[in-house]
Design a protein around this ligand. Structure first.
Ligand code: HEM
Ligand code: NAG
Ligand code: NAG
Ligand code: NAG
Ligand code: NAG
Ligand code: NAG
Length: 503
């Protein structure tokens, strides 16, 4: 018999009840109410867990485990591992369930796809059957205007704004500046006994991008913009617990501070307009002042934030890994060096800067960069959302569910790439025309293809040009990588540079 009923059948307890006026807080009524509440809660939770684990679906859901509500399999997903193969979370589950399975991550039911055909289809269906959509915790991180979830007209408008900076014409203009920065930095680093490459390249790229976007000068600024971004990035893919001390909390704080800095700069700039527009901020301010503009200050600030964020961590990770590969594969280094030395040899004045034509001629370098991007898997997962029920190979992807595309599963598939874990830039020689976008998605795909891909490639190629023509490098320490599931260098990568001329 349940406890509450038992107590009420006992006459002596009934007496107690009589003595007290009903308005005072009777311990018995309280207990009774509490136990009913507890049972209701238990029933509620059981139903909740049951519903969570057996979601409604008009069709057949793919196999897989939903685990428990909210947390789902998030912890397993985030578990660090040193392997550069397909993340164990994905690999184990594809082995068990097949290339399409269901799970729950970051509080959301999701379907994970490692199926090249489905991935390709999802990219092509952007805004129709599927759309880019990051979990709520990410949206909170990326701000009110949720740029990552922007669609339609506004999205095209912002993309065009970004392309004025990093589109074809913008890059042509930037080439000499990128070369200058790379030369100067390499010269400086070669005078030091040891240089931590991950941090050094992040600093170089951050300073360059921040200068192009907002004319940020770290030496003249009282607060360190990059530190705020660092805190932001470290907590980006972490458990969304907003409690002081957690990475997630620091991430939100970092964003808050960085946004405040950007806001102050925008305010100052609007109050003191400059005569010669010179950076992206000037352009944004011009747009803001146009009559009938759809750009708001809040959107502009979010855009700046996303651009700075998207540009420096990704490219510096890729560049650091690229140089690690150079050190690990001497024959690749040799071939890359030959390509760049030939560029200098074929010029009248070896000290004149890189031309656009020379840049375009770096065939092996681009194969090298593709191969680096394939193995780096800087974006371990891409998030989408199903807008309508979609049926694929006997399974249903229900409307409203998340869909996760896993580029590493595509990039490390032995059916497409022979010996997928071997670094071999020459494999790209024949691959250029064969369904490349289905099997290569380091920069995403479809409409949402990374707008900064060419910018990132240019920064890498130019840096490699300056490095291989003038310096030799020696590993000193670090260089080990972990993935959780994003690529990290937990101990950095310490190298020493020596000028070839003095060697
Ligand atoms: C090696 C370096 C880089 C890698 C691996 C990379 C990777 C990616 C990937 C995979 C996406 C697609 C995300 C999705 O589909 O949900 C993306 C989007 C984006 N990237 Fe990059 N990126 C890199 C560098 C850059 C740079 C330098 C910029 C700066 C301009 C940039 C700006 C963006 C922006 C604005 C988007 C959003 C585009 C959209 O939603 O349409 N990225 N990037
Ligand atoms: C669910 O499936 C049934 C039968 O397959 C179909 O008649 C119905 O329209 C579907 N409902 C939705 C909301 O898709
Ligand atoms: C890393 O992944 C490998 C292969 O999937 C697995 O055997 C190993 O236990 C994992 N290590 C950790 C620390 O999870
Ligand atoms: C951003 O997300 C919120 C809530 O998720 C939504 O109400 C708002 O319309 C979104 N904004 C844009 C610009 O997509
Ligand atoms: C690198 O990959 C891209 C995207 O698939 C492809 O278009 C390009 O041709 C590749 N470059 C080389 C040199 O193979
Ligand atoms: C591209 O893929 C499709 C289907 O997967 C195939 O029919 C076609 O022949 C491929 N094209 C090339 C050029 O490999």
């Amino acid at each position: 018999m349940p406890l509450a009923t038992c107590l009420f059948k006992d006459p002596s307890y009934g007496m107690v009840y009589q003595i007290h006026t009903p308005n005072t807080c009777n311990p018995l009524t309280m207990m009774w109410a509490l136990s009913i509440l507890a049972s209701l809660l238990l029933i509620g939770i059981t139903r909740w867990v049951y519903r969570w684990r057996n979601p409604k679906c008009n069709g057949t859901l793919p196999p897989g485990s939903m685990a428990f509500p909210l947390l789902g399999e998030t912890l397993q997903f985030l578990k660090p591992n040193i392997t550069s193969d397909i993340p164990p979370f994905i690999k184990d589950r594809t082995r068990k369930y097949g290339p399409i399975f269901k799970t729950s991550l970051f509080g959301q039911p999701v379907i994970v796809s490692t199926d090249a055909e489905l991935n390709y289809f999802v990219f092509q269906q952007e805004g129709q059957l599927f759309q880019s959509s990051y979990p709520d915790t990410f949206v909170r991180i990326f701000g009110r205007q949720n740029l990552s979830t922007l669609h339609g007209f506004m999205y095209k408008y912002l993309k065009n704004m970004v392309l004025t900076l990093v589109g074809h014409e913008g890059l042509k203009k930037m080439l000499p500046e990128i070369e200058q920065v790379a030369r100067r930095k390499l010269g400086l680093w070669s005078t030091q006994n040891s240089i931590e490459l991950k941090d050094a390249t992040a600093r170089m790229i951050f300073d360059f991008t921040a200068k192009k976007l907002i004319s940020h000068d770290p030496e003249k600024s009282s607060e360190n913009l990059r530190e705020n971004f660092d805190a932001f990035i470290r907590g980006l893919i972490s458990l969304p617990l907003d409690i002081p001390g957690t990475a997630y909390h620091k991430c939100l704080k970092g964003r808050e501070r960085a946004m405040q800095m950007l806001k102050n700069m925008l305010k100052e700039r609007r109050e003191n307009p400059r005569k010669n527009p010179s950076d992206f901020y000037d352009y944004v301010i011009e747009e803001l002042q146009k009559e009938g503009t759809i750009l708001t200050e809040a959107i502009a600030l979010d855009l700046m934030f996303v651009l700075i964020f998207a540009s420096f961590e990704t490219t510096s990770l890729a560049l650091t890994l690229a140089i690690k590969f150079l050190s690990d594969y001497p024959s690749v280094l040799k071939r890359l060096t030959e390509e760049h030395e030939a560029i200098l040899r074929n010029r009248e004045d070896p000290d004149s800067g890189l031309t656009w034509e020379e840049y375009r001629s770096m065939t092996y370098t681009f194969q090298f960069i593709n191969e680096t991007a394939r193995l780096a898997n800087i974006a371990p997962v891409l998030f989408r959302k199903a807008l309508k029920d979609y049926h694929f190979k006997g399974y249903t992807i229900p409307a409203g569910w998340g869909l996760i595309i896993c580029p590493p599963a595509v990039h490390l598939n032995p059916d497409t790439y022979e010996d997928p874990l071997i670094f071999n830039p020459s494999r790209w020689e024949g691959l250029e025309t064969s369904n490349a976008s289905k099997h290569f998605m380091a920069f995403g795909g479809g409409m949402r293809l990374c707008v900064g891909a060419d910018f990132a490639k240019m920064q890498m190629a130019v840096f490699l040009h300056c490095l291989t023509t003038k310096y030799s490098l020696q590993e000193i320490g670090g260089g080990d990588t972990i993935r959780s599931p994003g690529l990290q260098f937990p101990n950095g990568y310490h190298i020493q540079l020596a000028s070839k001329e003095t060697a």
